[in-house]
Design a protein around this ligand. Structure first.
Ligand code: CUA
Length: 188
């Protein structure tokens, strides 16, 4: 049918189609930029913290990442700090307990490959790289359980590498926390 159209008419159709695509592509670019601004400002995306290194060969023998020191601690100055290790293919501890509406500092490192984690629908999201300590501070406004998947491909067991985060009401958490003890929601 188009072959029978006079050339000026087919040109007008082509121009109209070009213009339509210009608007569609323009709208897609605008949505992408808006997404970047919203995630950056509204979700308070944070730049990487300062570079802090750790010796992978000795981290399980001494220092803050020994097994008995992993989990959630209420420090002597009242800060809530979660220490965890990522390794093929699990997190230690597997289940993390944190208080709601309280700044919680995460400190994580990896023993073997590059891992990462994101906590449910929160802005807690970091890579965990061997030799480095990943740290960030966030707070959880909603109580309940959140899933914490590994989000960096780390090998054949990657898709089975999950942790859980239980956000407890602040009072309930503080009642469970003992000075010098490490809290988690895994039965040991
Ligand atoms: Cu650990 Cu993917």
């Amino acid at each position: 049918m188009s072959a029978t159209l006079p050339s000026h008419e087919s040109e007008a159709i082509a121009v109209a189609a070009e213009r339509r695509w210009t608007w569609i592509v323009g709208a897609i670019i605008a949505v992408l930029i808006l997404m970047m601004v919203v995630t950056g400002v509204h979700w308070a995306s944070m730049p990487p913290s300062r570079v802090e290194t750790i010796d992978v060969k000795t981290l399980h023998l001494r220092g803050e990442f020994i097994e008995s020191n992993l989990g959630t601690a209420v420090e002597s100055d009242g800060r809530v700090v979660v220490r965890l290790i990522a390794q093929q293919y699990s997190f230690e501890p597997q289940c993390i307990a944190v208080p709601a509406d309280t700044p919680v500092t995460f400190r994580a490192t990896a023993t073997d490959a590059i891992h990462g984690f994101i906590i449910g629908r929160t802005n807690a999201n970091t890579m965990v790289v061997p030799g480095f300590v990943a740290t960030f501070t966030t707070s959880f406004s909603r109580t309940g359980e959140q899933l914490m998947p590994c989000h960096e491909y780390c090998g054949t067991g990657h898709e089975a590498m999950w942790g859980r985060v239980q956000v407890l009401p602040r009072d309930e958490f503080m009642a469970k926390a003992r000075p010098g003890e490490r809290l988690s929601c895994v039965a040991r």
